[in-house]
Design a binder for this molecule. Structure first.
Ligand SMILES: [Fe+2]
Length: 214
């Protein structure tokens, strides 16, 4: 039996939600402790929940766990809004981290396209792990580039990254990377969530309202 997946992600592999309606103080993500961890460019990550609460970004499988049931690190004390955001979703979460990405070029981003490894050790009777993003800095001219096939630009979509942007990506299925022209680093929260009724309910509650008559 394959892992349960959400119907809303079936067609495109991602869904863009409405913006987060609460401000996140800069101090929450700028003052955390970052560790040098390269993924998708010149990046640093601040672990907020890890496999056993240590300040590390390694896959949970290194500790014999699937990417679920994350345990808060000491960074969690610095970012109450981000912890609350994660818990409010109501679904099982694994890795919770902020990413700090230095400026790059479109060419760099294409070169950095990669799929995530979200489902190692995930028991097949449980839900498929996907990732949710909350954009923390206001970068309306930056984009997450996603492709179904890494070498085929016709399979590409671009997700804009203004402050408060929220989106969910099956990031093991889609190749992805962020093109961030800058200036200054781009920050975002990234959380691994288990697919299931809880995540589905939250996504439904966050769908952008359709304009009347559209
Ligand atoms: Fe990734």
């Amino acid at each position: 039996m394959p892992n349960h997946k959400l119907p809303i992600l079936e067609e495109k592999g991602f869904v863009v939600l409405k913006k987060f309606d609460k401000p996140v103080p800069d101090s929450e993500f700028r003052h955390m402790e970052y560790v040098d961890w390269k993924s998708g460019g010149d990046t640093n990550f601040a672990p907020i929940a890890s496999a056993f609460g240590d300040m590390e970004c390694a896959g949970f499988w290194d500790h014999g766990k699937p990417d679920k049931d994350g345990i808060w690190t000491k960074n969690a004390e610095v970012c109450p809004t981000l912890v609350e955001w994660t818990e409010r979703v109501g679904a099982r979460y694994g890795r919770v981290r902020t990413i700090k990405l230095e400026p790059n070029t479109e060419q760099d981003a294409i070169k950095n396209l990669h799929p995530d490894d979200n489902n190692r050790l995930n028991p097949e009777e449980e839900g498929w792990v996907v990732r949710a993003w909350l954009q923390l800095t206001d970068n309306p001219d930056s984009y997450m580039i996603v492709r179904e096939d890494k070498d085929d630009p016709s399979t590409e979509s671009r997700i804009a990254l203004p402050k408060g942007a929220q989106f969910v990506v099956d990031s093991q299925r889609l190749w992805h990377a962020v093109w961030h022209p800058g200036p200054g680093p781009r920050y975002a929260l990234i959380v691994s969530f288990e697919s299931g009724p809880d995540l589905e309910r939250w996504i439904d509650s966050q769908l952008a309202e359709q304009p009347v008559g559209a």
